[in-house]
Design a binder for this molecule. Structure first.
Ligand SMILES: O=C(O)CCC(=O)C(=O)O
Ligand SMILES: [Fe+2]
Length: 235
């Protein structure tokens, strides 16, 4: 298996390419080493509610109000943070019994379709509201990629409609809001996603601004275990 140092060198190289997805196999990721090493390249680890890294497992999701975890819906990670993390990293510790994959979708592709349908203008009026310890943060549903400055979608996992509001009050009615979100939903349902089928030791790093992601369908798999780390570029 490749040591953490090898993986970090690879990651450093990949960052220069501007690619949206990095897949590495056979990595022996030591989280503490990784956190330290990453601070020596152009990244920093950005904490989530769970700390510098999070366990992704059936146990960790147990409190999720949805029957299945909200992570089965395509989403952007870390919307409750004031600054959305630039990258998400997932590391496979245990594939589990059902080999549930993770799927990725380039949201700029969806933006192009929304523009073609004339729905983008409506969506540009919308913001998502997310709660955190210090209150609420909002993020535009149609955001701008911090590096490429291209439009991207910023979507929460727990269902689009409930926490979406309008930038300028009275600019849009509830009906227009839900219709435009309905168009997003239907495009996401039929979009071709890139499917990552996990093997223990796999690391996937994704551009969290551009790539929406979701857990593939499956029933509760108590053995499936991933680690998640968020990172941003050091400015
Ligand atoms: O479990 C998965 O495949 C995806 C996990 C995920 O989206 C997350 O932890 O944010
Ligand atoms: Fe996620």
């Amino acid at each position: 298996m490749r040591p953490t140092t090898d993986f970090v060198s690879h990651l450093e190289q990949w960052l220069t390419t501007g690619d949206t997805l990095l897949v590495c196999q056979d990595v022996d990721l030591n989280v503490n080493d990784f956190i330290e090493l990453v601070s020596k390249i152009s990244l920093r680890v950005t904490p989530s509610r769970q700390g510098l890294f999070s366990q992704v497992s059936y146990e960790a999701d147990r409190d999720n109000a949805l029957a299945e975890s909200g992570l089965t819906a395509l989403h952007t990670d870390g919307l409750y943070c004031t600054q959305i993390p630039d990258y998400g990293l997932l590391y496979c510790v245990d594939v589990g019994k059902q080999s549930i994959p993770t799927v990725f979708l380039d949201s700029s592709q969806i933006v192009a379709e929304l523009r073609a349908r004339g729905t983008l203008r409506t969506l540009e009026q919308l913001v998502g509201v997310y709660g955190n310890e210090s209150g609420q943060v909002t993020h535009d549903i149609v955001g701008v990629h911090p590096r490429t400055k291209k439009p991207i979608l910023q979507l929460g996992a727990s269902g689009l409609t409930e926490n979406v509001t309008v930038k300028t009050p009275s600019a849009l009615g509830r009906k227009e809001i839900s219709e435009s979100l309905g168009v997003v939903y239907s495009l996401l349902e039929t979009a071709e996603c890139r499917v990552h089928r996990w093997t223990r030791g796999d690391v996937v790093v994704f551009d969290n601004h551009r790539m929406l992601h979701a857990r593939g369908q499956g029933t509760r798999d108590k053995e499936r275990r991933l680690l998640r780390i968020w990172m941003s570029r050091r400015s």
